[in-house]
Write a protein that binds this ligand. Structure first.
Ligand code: FES
Ligand code: FE
Length: 460
């Protein structure tokens, strides 16, 4: 793995920020992928679950950090715990269920038992076979170095040197979560939709910022009414344009690769909204309306810049917050496979009818039964194949849409944003950060050497 790195120079050489090109092998090289598991996933704060999924002592939810299974649980004191799901004896999984409630985790191989804090509390034959010569205190489950939650969203990092969660998120990561938390008191819908696609995880992340593909990739889904007109039938071309707002995009750029990209709500939108002429715009079915954005407590968090975001936030590396109450984790499963986990959130205040509409909207947009995801997955699969060939690899991928032409505005309290037509700025921002994560030996190096949110008047 180190060999390729040494041969090709630093990872920053794979990402040409000035010219807007990216070397194809970062999407298909096994050695690079292994390095990503180490330098990105084992280092970053990773989203685990929502607190509403594990409200009581003993509740647990099994998820992943990189390719490694971890258990998010709540211990007897009510504290959140994240434990590596691997027995310290021979490595077997100690938890096979996706979620549930338990008093302890019993390994099915030889029966070692761990409590909710990961302590080893039971060893069959401890007296007779081990002669009590096993220091149980040393053989508990491996625990996440840090666990914390922001507005109910639980994160964990395996790296003790990682900054605190709020610092890792920074203004853009926090805004990203505020954009869903602000919709009301959230409850996660039971059951996560999981779908494996033959794509490199980064191409799936790249796509969440991509508003360019909609008219082409999703033409048939639109004809089939995936974005149905409230009065029935598919949306008109004009209505689709109003939703995709190709000339009114807002890109917000944060530290460590966090970014938001896509359409924004314009002053004209708010005018017609306030006049009661439209109830909603540009959201999958199941978004009640946009008035939550103007609640004082929400506005205090989002500010006016965040209030008008209708694009897609991504918390680096792989947490996509869609604007219909869905959150997706792009879970790497090898350099050419990604499992997509879709969580659906519904505000408690929704009526039963609204709740059903939101869930139905989520089911038909993304996830295994989602029309949009079917379209996207086909393209990502082919794109991933297209990064493998020895000839194809000689030619980089193109991210030149608006490169270097986005003028940054940064109010005194942030965030740094760019308003303008559709562009590929958020993608390049993320892949520039990717190279910084990959080149940094440790957290201290990453903290010192990463690109900060750009300043007012800069061009990105
Ligand atoms: Fe778990 Fe042996 S592997 S008890
Ligand atoms: Fe798509």
């Amino acid at each position: 793995m180190a060999m390729l790195h040494e041969l090709k120079g630093p990872f920053s050489s794979f990402v040409d920020v000035e010219n807007g090109t990216i070397a194809r092998e970062i999407f298909s090289d096994e050695a690079i992928y292994q390095m990503e598991l180490e330098r990105i996933f084992a280092r970053a704060w990773n989203f685990m679950c929502h607190e509403s999924q594990i409200p009581k002592t003993g509740d647990f939810f099994q998820t992943y950090i990189g390719e490694e299974s971890v258990i998010a649980t709540r211990d007897k004191t009510g504290a959140l715990q994240v434990l590596l799901n691997s027995c310290r004896h021979r490595g077997n999984a100690v938890c096979r269920a996706e979620s549930g409630n338990t008093r302890s985790f019993l390994c099915t191989y030889h029966g070692w038992t761990y409590d909710l804090e990961g302590k080893l509390i039971g060893v069959p034959g401890f007296k007779d076979f081990y002669k009590e010569c096993l220091d149980k205190a040393k053989w508990g489950l491996v625990k996440a170095a840090k666990v914390a939650s922001y507005k109910g969203f639980v994160f964990a990092t395996m790296d003790p040197e990682a900054p605190e969660l709020e610092d890792f998120l920074g203004e853009v990561g926090r805004m990203s979560l505020d954009l869903v938390a602000g919709q009301g008191k959230l409850v996660a819908v039971e059951g996560i939709q999981k779908n494996i696609i033959g794509t490199n995880w980064k191409l799936a992340v790249d796509n969440l910022f991509d508003w360019y593909h909609g008219e082409m990739s999703h033409a048939s889904a639109m004809m089939a009414g995936v974005m149905a007109d409230p009065n029935g039938g598919p949306l008109s071309k004009e209505a689709r344009e109003a939703i995709l707002a190709p000339n009114n995009h807002r890109i917000i750029l944060g530290d460590y690769g966090h970014a938001i990209g896509g359409p924004r709500l314009t002053p004209e939108f708010w005018e017609t909204f306030e006049a009661g002429q439209i109830k909603q715009q540009g959201v999958a079915r199941g978004q009640r309306d946009e008035s939550w954005r103007k609640r004082p407590e929400v506005l205090a968090d989002l500010g006016e810049i965040g209030r008008d975001v209708r694009g897609h936030p991504n918390i680096f590396p792989n947490m996509w917050i869609a604007n219909n109450g869905q959150i997706c984790m792009r879970m790497p499963k090898g350099h050419d496979k990604t499992e997509l986990w879709w969580f659906t959130f519904v505000p408690e205040e929704y009526t039963e009818e609204e709740r059903k509409a939101r869930i139905a909207g989520a089911n038909h947009a993304f996830g295994p039964a989602g029309l949009l995801e079917q379209d996207d997955g086909e393209n990502w699969d082919q794109s991933t194949r297209g990064t493998r060939g020895v000839v194809a690899r000689r030619y980089p991928l193109n991210f030149q849409m608006n490169v270097g032409q986005g003028r940054v505005t940064r109010p005194e309290n942030g965030p740094s944003y760019i308003d303008g037509p559709m562009n590929e700025t958020a993608q390049m921002w993320t892949w520039r950060a990717w190279a910084e994560w990959m080149d940094a030996e440790d957290w201290a190096a990453l903290q010192n050497n990463h690109t900060r949110a750009p300043q007012d008047g800069e061009f990105v």
